[in-house]
Design a binder for this molecule. Sequence first.
Ligand SMILES: [Zn+2]
Length: 112
Amino acid sequence: MSTGNTDKDPIDDVLEEVLREGKFKHISDQRLVGLRNDTLDEIEFALVNSHLELCLICEYRVQFFKETEEALEAYEVTESDREVIKRVLGRINERTLDWLKAKDAKGKVEEP
Ligand SMILES: [Zn+2]
């Protein structure tokens, strides 16, 4: 009587175990990027897909990632964006100058 396991490639067992355990782990950010860039190997791809069948959170993450990227790609910098950036940078410069002046003044006081 055959046990049915003698002809089985040990790699299949390992793979099966990896898939069984891996499908309960959330998809890493790195794999999300890999999924988008189509750079996952076959095992990673299988893991990601089997997890996505179980997990609404990761399904949402994949969807959100895709939508955010599409929105960013379609986004055009407006004149109002430029004004905001200029204003913020201006404020940073003022603060930096104040800080440098204060530091400079302090340095002079402390010099012997
Ligand atoms: Zn998940």
